[in-house]
Structures are given as structure tokens and as C-alpha cells.
Design a protein around this ligand. Structure first.
Ligand SMILES: [Zn+2]
Length: 228
């Protein structure tokens, strides 16, 4: 029974990953995301319903469009796998994450995929995270307000001097401070920075890095942080 629940949750998370990729591909091009069926980007043929099943659809087609044989990007498979595994992780640690953590995790995943593809994040998603934080964490907002304000000041000045953090990254850190307090936010930011450094050890320093995907991975570790 338990395994069945996890398989179901994995599939829901994988479908979310697939949907977020579709939205972040179509939205900047001002294409419809609800009524236009999924189609092959090369031959425009509509994708069969059984090929839309996350992960299995990719394996079933052997990574190629069944009409024109064009390779399907393995990136979709990665987004679906990460979506699936992190949903199971979230379900396992639900008491640590709770509803607010779940909402933040979901929005952060969308922002991570969007950032990975376009190297920026839509302000709407950050505003939604702010609103969620105010609604769910209003009890602790007063205590976190001064640290958040100070951190915002320091980070804005730092980013002006170093060109390192983007405005979306700073907003995200502020959201984390307001939602979880200074210590937890610092842990998540440090871990995200560590992940960036580790995965860019052999790269040039001056490349533009999508930071939100690393934030997402660090945020997943929330239940096992020393502060939790
Ligand atoms: Zn095709």
C-alpha cells in the first residue's frame, strides 16, 4: 500500500515537472498553456496520450518523436525525475515541510526550471511566494523583519559591487528569512552556493549561472538541516 502511495506521488511530481517545463517554454513566447495540446516541436504532430505519461512516455518513444524521429531533449526526463523524487521526499518529510513548505517547494521548482531555461525568473512567481509567506508565516514575520531588512540592504549593495547575485536571488533569500528565520535561510543560501561552486569547479568564473535550481536543491534539505 505504502509503495503504491509513493508511486502515485512520484507520478504526480513527475507530471508537475513536465507541466512546469511546458509552461516555462510557452509563457515567454506568449503561447497558450491550457488549450494547445502537447506537440512535437519539430514536426508539430500531436503527442499521443500514452506518450504523455511522464518518464514512461520518453522510454516508450526511445527518446525520439515517433513521427519524425527527432530526438526529444533528455532535459524533460531530468525535470520529470527530479519532480518525482522530490515529491516523494516531500511526502516522507511532510511534518517538517508542512503546507507552506510544500507550496514554496512547488513554486521554487517552477522558478528553477524557468531560471534554468531563460536565466531570469518571472516576478509573478516571486510575488506569489511573498504572499504565501505573509499568509502562512504571519506569526513569525515581526521577529524576522529586521534581519530580512538588513540582509536585503547588504545583499543589494553587494550585488551592485560584485554583479554576483541577481535581484530574484536576493528576493528569494529575503523570502526564506521571512518564512524560516535568519539561521535556516543562511543554511539554505550557503548550501545553494556550495552546490554552485561544486558544479562549476571546472568552468570559467565569468559565466552567467542560474542560481534558483541550486536554491531548490538546498531547500529540499530543509528537514535535515541542523536548525530543524
Ligand atoms: Zn516530430
Amino acid at each position: 500500500m505504502n509503495l503504491f502511495v509513493y508511486v502515485l506521488i512520484f507520478l504526480i511530481g513527475a507530471s508537475l515537472g513536465s507541466f512546469f517545463e511546458l509552461v516555462s517554454e510557452r509563457l515567454p513566447r506568449e503561447q497558450d498553456v491550457v488549450f494547445t495540446p502537447s506537440h512535437c516541436n519539430s514536426c508539430q504532430m500531436r503527442i499521443c496520450y500514452y506518450d504523455l505519461i511522464p518518464i514512461f512516455g520518453y522510454i516508450n518513444q526511445r527518446g525520439r518523436c515517433r513521427f519524425c524521429d527527432q530526438t526529444i531533449s533528455a532535459q524533460s526526463l531530468v525535470y520529470e525525475m527530479i519532480g518525482g523524487f522530490s515529491s516523494c521526499w516531500f511526502y516522507y518529510y511532510f511534518t517538517d515541510f508542512n503546507i507552506y513548505g510544500g507550496l514554496l517547494l512547488t513554486m521554487l521548482y517552477y522558478a528553477a526550471i524557468f531560471d534554468q531555461q531563460h536565466r531570469y525568473v518571472d516576478q509573478i512567481i516571486l510575488t506569489l511566494m511573498f504572499v504565501c509567506t505573509i499568509l502562512f508565516q504571519y506569526a513569525s514575520l515581526r521577529a524576522a523583519f529586521i534581519p530580512a531588512l538588513l540582509a536585503a540592504l547588504v545583499l543589494i549593495i553587494l550585488s551592485k559591487i560584485t554583479n554576483g547575485l541577481g535581484p530574484a536571488d536576493i528576493e528569494l533569500i529575503i523570502i526564506l528569512i521571512l518564512g524560516y528565520g535568519f539561521q535556516t535561510a543562511l543554511w539554505i543560501t550557503l548550501l545553494a552556493s556550495l552546490f554552485v561552486l561544486l558544479s562549476h569547479l571546472h568552468h570559467a568564473i565569468n559565466i552567467e549561472i542560474a542560481f534558483i535550481p541550486y536554491f531548490y536543491l538546498a531547500f529540499l534539505l530543509l528537514p535535515v538541516l541542523p536548525t530543524s
